[in-house]
Ligand binder design. Structure first.
Ligand code: G3H
Ligand code: 13P
Ligand code: ZN
Length: 359
């Protein structure tokens, strides 16, 4: 069994200075494509399911899919992670269904629209972390709210995303508060806000430091050099995929994502988990549109899926290689969740926040 926890994987990534892409999955085709890429470049992998994915595919289907993928790709250690859990029930039911890691996103209230108070965030993240650690599962918390520094607005993804105008204070994680948050919640990884947002429409121009604040990441890493940072909204929204979609009947307005070289810079500054969904969607959709256009008499879904899966596999391979994840899987000796639970109980895995790096 190649299922491991997020904490184990990110500890290894930090020790060896690499980042790990976390790809969202909703169906078998995405799961197979990502795992084929991981196998081809010997990478450990994080698969994550949103609440939307869980209701789309169903928990039973997702659970069996992950078990099947772990069996089919035994050399590729894999983490199964809940993306943007909104309350205790979402996170704990994910663990019950075999997820080895959860995100408790307390930056927003349960409705995933209303910005939450700091105290609310600390309390719910601390509570979920205590319960998850008791069974060895890992927890990612979020501090700061994802959204655009250009517009002060969050993108809406299937009904989730802050409503209303957000202030710069809300859109950029405060390093001192991050220190306090990790100490009080004991979460294993921290999602931060630095100007990225979900979906394709992140930036109206190629981002510079005014709208994508890598400086925020640097400051947080200086305060918390031993905390695994998570960058959400990390799709690069490749121009060639926008062009391919638009050349075959799509109507995506020109947009800009997070350049991959900025993510590589983030990895040097403590970013260990890099969330990517939109790029994967665009990779498949570009091929669906192309086949539909080029072969209007085609109606076998596999004829659409096969090139779409290849395009997704190629994209994932590129990210594994650029983030330094390639070649790492065989270096990891899996630790069971029971063993992780014992280590948490002994205090051995408490966040080490004692040191502050010299800038
Ligand atoms: O959190 C954002 C991911 O892209 C998940 O999106 O809720 O539409 O599955 P989703
Ligand atoms: P993108 O929309 O940039 O792919 O971000 C996905 C994400 O952060 C999932 O949690
Ligand atoms: Zn996200």
């Amino acid at each position: 069994m190649a299922l491991i926890t997020l904490r184990q994987l990110l500890d290894h990534a930090a020790e060896n200075n690499y980042g790990v892409p976390a790809f969202n999955i909703n169906n078998m085709e995405q799961g197979l494509s990502i795992m084929r890429a991981a196998q081809a470049c010997e990478a450990p992998v994080i698969l994550q399911a949103s609440r939307g994915a869980r209701s789309y595919a169903g928990d039973v289907m997702l659970r069996h899919m992950v078990v099947a993928l772990a069996e089919m790709f035994p050399r590729n250690h894999l983490v199964m992670h809940q993306d943007h859990g909104n309350n205790d029930a979402t996170c704990l039911s994910a663990i019950r269904h075999g997820f080895t890691s959860v995100m408790m996103d307390g930056s927003l209230l349960e409705d995933m629209k209303t910005p939450a108070s700091y105290d609310y965030n600390v309390e719910i993240t601390r509570r979920v972390t205590m319960a998850a650690h008791a069974v060895g599962a890992s927890v990612e918390g979020e501090l700061g709210i994802l959204g655009s520094l250009e517009t002060g607005e969050a993108a809406e993804e299937d009904g989730s995303g802050a409503v209303g105008k957000l202030s710069q204070d809300q859109l950029l994680t405060d390093p001192d508060q991050a220190l306090d948050f990790v100490a009080r919640t004991k979460c294993d990884a921290l999602a931060i806000a630095c100007g990225t947002s979900h979906g394709a429409y992140k930036f109206s121009r190629k981002p510079d430091g005014d709208i994508l604040s890598m400086e925020t990441i640097r400051q947080i890493h200086n305060k918390l050099p031993n905390t695994h940072l998570v960058m959400h909204g990390s799709s690069s929204v490749p121009q060639e995929l926008q062009d391919l979609i638009n050349a075959h009947g799509g109507a995506m307005p020109q947009t800009y994502g997070v350049p991959v070289n900025e993510i590589e810079r983030g990895i040097l500054m403590g970013v260990r988990k890099v969330n990517i969904d939109t790029d994967c969607r665009m990779a498949m959709t570009g091929q669906f549109r192309k086949i539909a256009n080029d072969m209007p008499n085609e109606f076998d879904p596999r004829k659409f899926m096969i090139p779409a899966m290849q395009e997704l596999e190629d994209l994932c391979r590129d990210r594994f290689e650029r983030f330094g994840t390639a070649g790492q899987t065989h270096k990891i000796k899996p630790v069971s969740m029971d063993e992780m639970a014992k280590r948490y109980a002994s205090g051995a895995l408490d966040p080490n926040i004692a040191t502050t790096k010299v800038a």
